[in-house]
Design a protein around this ligand. Sequence first.
Ligand SMILES: Cc1ncc(C[n+]2csc(CCOP(=O)(O)OP(=O)(O)O)c2C)c(N)n1
Ligand SMILES: [Mg+2]
Length: 350
Amino acid sequence: MDRSRLLAMLHDMLLARKFEERAAEEYTKGNIAGFLHLYPGEEAVAAGVMHASEPGDYIVSTYREHVHALIRGIEPKRIMAELFGRKDGCSGGMGGSMHLFDRARRFMGGYAIVGETYPVSLGIAYAIAMRELPEAVICFFGDGAVNQGTFHESLNMAALWRLPILFVCENNHYQIGTEIHRHSAVAEVYKRACGYRIPSRRVDGMDVLAVHQAATAALEQIRAGTGPQFLEMETYRFRGHSMADPGNYRPSVEVKAHQQDDPLLVAIEETLPYYPSSEEIQAAGHDVIKQLSDHMNNEGHLDQAGFDSVAKQIDDIIEDAVQFALNSPDPTMQDAWDALYCNRGEEVLI
Ligand SMILES: Cc1ncc(C[n+]2csc(CCOP(=O)(O)OP(=O)(O)O)c2C)c(N)n1
Ligand SMILES: [Mg+2]
């Protein structure tokens, strides 16, 4: 993979981390209401998969979707405004955190119902297959969603009709507070897809390169018309299930162990010709941004001024996004009516 792609993925992961941490801050200030499910720790999955996607592919995601939307190219300020429930949000302020949508980028939503992304993906993929287009649907879901009936119904139909779907399980090992061995009879999620004769693999979801390679290979085959594929991404969320969840059902030793496996650190390692030892990474602590700047500086791969300017650009983007959201008005009742009837008599699929 070329260095510019690696740097772009690293940029997107840093943007994702800072965006989510700022969203948490704005939630505590009262600027964001309702549920807010954040993504820190899982960035390598969204970055690797989105960078493997083509503009013609469709994305169907869950309520933990801000980062998928960001990396797909929805402007940070439009996402932040949506989180704030404002008119200039990407869903007109009427969807909120769990319902980001952007038709032009084929980002077909944010869905709050666990197991909802499968049938939506199935319908889009069926339309693509009928038109024989070289496009794919990328369907995200969590480890907790594989016990829904829709999972089995949709995988069966996808395999039977060879539909162009990449199923991406974000296995962060928890369904809210329930660890996977307590919620699933088969904890190796990828094995479930074998029951429907769907090619399936488990991937290190903390390693952006591994994710990107697996998604690229799968999507190439899917777009060529060979039918669905399934990737189980092993990952971990650093925060609680949502902002309402202190996450104290997880032993701190477990959380700390996974933080040592920070996907940003892994991406940094892979971006550089010199790989620091695990002792060096451990000694650098958990501040991955400082670790990156120190390491790149020491090794001469990217000077401090270069890194500072990337970090500053990201800080500026996020500050702009928050100001944009704060300045955007609330949607009106008329906006709600207009949105309700906007699809009347019109084909929705682009
Ligand atoms: C049909 C349905 N049942 C229950 C819920 C409540 N709920 C919201 S998130 C969640 C856990 C899902 O866990 P997982 O699929 O592993 O995704 P993660 O939050 O870990 O990303 C549950 C049970 C829901 N939203 N929809
Ligand atoms: Mg989960």
